[in-house]
Design a protein around this ligand. Structure first.
Ligand SMILES: NC(=O)c1ccc[n+]([C@@H]2O[C@H](COP(=O)([O-])OP(=O)(O)OC[C@H]3O[C@@H](n4cnc5c(N)ncnc54)[C@H](O)[C@@H]3O)[C@@H](O)[C@H]2O)c1
Length: 317
């Protein structure tokens, strides 16, 4: 599979590293509004200063939209309207009406549409899925979850440079939490119970904090969990706690560590980090899944639709 990159920013470096580690995928072209970004590219990748020309000329099978979140909709729509396949960074857009328009545009043209849900491919998430499916620990039924995605993007009353390119705490990280959870519980069974957003009108972001409570169905029982996103805590803290009948599983997404606490026993700690940065590990998962789906003529639109509906429902609660 050959792909082209649109937006050569902070995340592009991790994406390019992951592409070199993933068999079956190659970066051939790239575009950024800022021509200086061409310097970030390896010699084998052609830089284009005009998106329309790249979309017309490139031999790429799909175009990865890695521009700032508020521009995803417009750029992804341009890709689709050029009859080319889009892979869009999460969140795919910032409202339900934009989501509906993207889905209609892709479906009308019978084009696959991919969303890059990198946090879903955390090594700690994969590890817990394997342990759970092999029934290696007797934890009983899942009773609830508590997910937190915090970044230090609001310090001393101002947004930090890390917030550049993001839409807001909930918009950017709510979807991260939901995508990680979708690999652990059935997202189709999730429903919004409550959404609480903190908006500071003087700041150039949609919200600095956002929390949503969801119900979900586990073994025919109704259970509850919350996704908390926060830019004001002053730290990089990303975790999912899964509460079971007989204990607790804590997945530390920032450190790639899983901790298992069975009732009455000392916690077991599993360090799943590798010599590669966490984000490179994530994008290796994204690209290997992408090439597999592309090979089979599939996409992840259905999952993306479900997760974004849960995301946007909390915004307007
Ligand atoms: N930074 C992270 O840790 C991270 C992690 C995962 C996902 N993401 C997502 O990736 C996307 C990009 O984030 P980033 O941190 O790399 O942003 P960034 O601001 O560092 O980079 C964005 C790049 O896109 C270019 N650009 C802006 N508008 C454009 C347009 N219309 N057409 C072409 N190029 C354009 C900019 O010149 C810049 O080089 C965001 O949606 C973000 O949520 C970021």
């Amino acid at each position: 599979m050959q792909i082209a990159l649109i937006g050569i920013g902070k995340i592009a470096n991790y994406q390019m590293q992951a592409i070199t580690h993933t068999p079956g995928i190659k970066l051939v072209d790239a575009h950024d509004l800022d021509a200086n970004k061409a310097e970030e590219l390896p010699g084998s990748v052609n830089f284009h200063d005009n998106l329309e020309k790249m979309l017309n000329k490139s031999a790429a099978d799909a175009f990865l939209v890695s521009t700032p979140t508020p521009s995803h909709f417009e750029v992804a729509m341009q890709v689709i309207e050029s009859d080319r396949i889009a892979i869009v960074e999460k969140p795919i857009c910032t409202s339900q009406s934009e989501m509906d328009a993207l889905l209609t545009a892709a479906r009308t043209r019978k084009l696959p549409l991919y969303t890059a849900f990198h946090p879903a491919y955390g090594r700690e998430v994969d590890w817990w899925r394997e342990q759970r499916d092999a029934q290696n620990f007797d934890l009983g039924a899942l009773l609830g979850f508590d997910t937190c995605f915090a970044d230090p993007y609001y310090i001393d009353g101002k947004l930090t440079l890390g917030a550049v390119g993001k839409a807001g705490a909930w918009s950017d990280s709510g979807i991260s939490g939901l995508s990680a959870l979708s690999r652990l519980i059935d997202p189709n069974s999730m429903e919004l119970v409550d959404g609480r957003m903190t908006v500071i009108p003087s700041l150039a972001c949609s919200q600095v904090q956002g929390l949503a409570v969801y119900s979900f169905v586990e073994q025919n029982n109704m259970a509850y969990g919350m996704v908390d996103t926060n830019w004001t805590l002053g730290k990089n803290y990303k975790t999912t706690r899964l509460r079971y009948e007989n204990g607790l599983v804590n997945l530390d997404h920032a450190k790639e560590i899983a901790t298992l606490s069975l009732s009455g026993q000392d916690p077991l700690v599993f360090n799943l980090a590798t010599d590669k940065p966490r984000l490179v590990n994530h994008y290796c998962g994204v690209f290997s899944d992408l090439t597999e789906m592309f090979g089979k003529g599939e996409d992840n639109t259905e999952l993306s639709e479900v997760l974004h509906r849960l995301l946007f429902a909390a915004l307007h609660h």
